[in-house]
Design a protein. Sequence first.
Length: 139
Amino acid sequence: MERRALQTLIIVVALIPLIFGALGILFGLVRLVPDPAIDADNVYRFLSGLYFTMGVLFVWAARDLESKTTLIRILAFGVVLGAVGRIMSMVQVGTPRLLFQIDVAVEILIPLIVVIWQARLARIAAQGGAGSAQDGALA
C-alpha cells in the first residue's frame, strides 16, 4: 500500500516535466509570457540543474555500465530528444550560431554510439566475458 502510494505520487509529479517539457519542445519561448527574457532566464537556470544532474547520472552509469542499460538508453534518448527540440527551434524560430548547429549533430551521433557500444559490452559481460568488457573500468 505504501509503495503504491509513493509510485502514484512519483507518476503524478512526473507529469509536470512531461507536459511542460513537451510544450517547451513544441512551442519554445512563445509559452513564456508576458516577459520572455525574465521567464527564459528562470527556466534556463532550472533546466541547467536538470542538465547537470543528467551529467551526474551518466558518470554514475559509467562506473558499472554493463548493468545500466536502461538508464543509459533513457539518458541517451533525452539527449536526442533535446536535439529534436533544437531542430524544431531552427525550423520555427531561425538558425542559431554555428556552435549550436554543431551541438545537434553531436547530440544525435554520440548517444547512438554510446547505446550501441554499451549494448555490446553488456552482451559480452552477460556471456561471461566480464574481464574483457571491464578493461579500463572506472572502479
